[in-house]
Design a protein around this ligand. Sequence first.
Ligand code: ADP
Length: 497
Amino acid sequence: MKYIASFDIGTTNVKGILVNEDATIFFEKNISLNVIRHGSFVEQEPQQWYDAVTRISKDWFKVGIKPKDIALLTFSGQMQDCIPIGEGVQPLRPAILYADNRATEQSKVLLEEIGESHIHQLTENHMDGTLTFPKILWLQENEAEVFQKTVNFLVSSKDYAIARLTGVYATDPTSAATTGCMDIRSRSWIGSWLERYGVKREQMPSIFGSDEIVGYVHEQGAAESGFAVGTPVLCGIGDAGAATLGAGVHDEDEVYAYIGTTGWVAAASFGFIDVRSGAFNLSYVDDGRQISIAPLSNAGNAHQWAMDTFGNGSRGDSLSYQQFEQALQRVERGQHEVMFLPYLNGERCPVQDMNASGCFIGLKPTTTKEEMGTAVLEGVALAMRQVLELLAKDGSNFRVTLIGGGAKSKSWCQIIADVLGCELVVPKDSQYLPSLGAAALGFRHVGWSQDYSSLCRTFKGLQKAEVYSPNTSLKAYYERQYDKYKRFYYAVAPLFS
Ligand code: ADP
């Protein structure tokens, strides 16, 4: 049998799957990764990523998969990283990860000197200290030797694995859209900015299409991984793009939501969403197509906080989630007026206020902690509805796919369907959807499918999913709550500063 081998190199683990013509997943494997944190610095050793990939591939070959059964390799990976690579594809220091915002000062200089509106015009994205370009400038100022020795600044964890297997320094337009120095329309580096700040064009990886072959497994890559010399390697796609493909979202106006620790609501589109709303634009698989993403700074983290505070378990274990679920089921929704503004970590979209905080209104002497816990989950759902409106004018016509750990809470899924007023589709085992999304990039090469629209329809057809329908008896209540919610932030905002 022929397989596509697909790896998703995340922050907490590397997942590898083999996928056949029917989009069935085989031999899924998962290897945990360590994160290095010191103060606000968040780093990871690139070698770990590559070791995990080669351990997974060698395990496949041990159980009887033949190297010649692998038609091609493809990847998805974390984005916004800064991975300085020296001679011989050697990392010169640990990779600086997306969550590390050490380069805030450098981003402020870029905003001042290049101008925010010009940055928005060219990148259709924000400039902040989490992006790759200001991180490169941080290295230039703080670790001059590393900067000088850097042959290439890779952007995504998967770029490193690809470089080790093929010797090619490449990245994809989805990942490059989060660097702060790609012209999103031409999908090329903004040469004048690189030059102005002393970064050589050849220090940046070549931008290939996600489904382009960037190279072939070379002898050393084959010796280390067990893949056959000459196996084609695709450029792959940044994790948000892989999640979008895996969720089966490709055509205009399709939407999905992701609830991890933080979250997002995203849609595929030929246009650009206005970045001043706090949303951002990522280049998607075909030229001219974008993923518009509205981030939620408060999602699973708010759920965890509610569980800790209003449940009775300790942080994060599955028993405490279960007990919290049972407690929520005792609440008669629609009967209480408690509302929660979920801005525990401030918010970026649709309001940009890092001083904002969480607030309850509507507390009465009779309010129970279960009602307060429910209000927290409702608050995140109301925030989702608000960003969904940015992406799609009339939310009621949509079915929204929900992926990520938050979808494990059935009570929350029902609350989200009720608050959004639309069907919520929750695929089972959604943890492998990004790897499946990355695998989709190879289907055309192998001759298994010709276009992403039909492939996404196939994925959706195959997915075992649970569908949550909105409860019509709660429609009027949540309309009222939503009207109030839209005014909530503005009423309390003067108190945050
Ligand atoms: P990340 O990859 O960002 O760590 P995950 O996709 O693992 O995020 O999602 C984490 C969130 O999933 C938690 O904050 C919580 O809201 C939810 N979650 C995790 N496990 C469970 C569970 N057993 N039951 C209900 N919700 C859960």
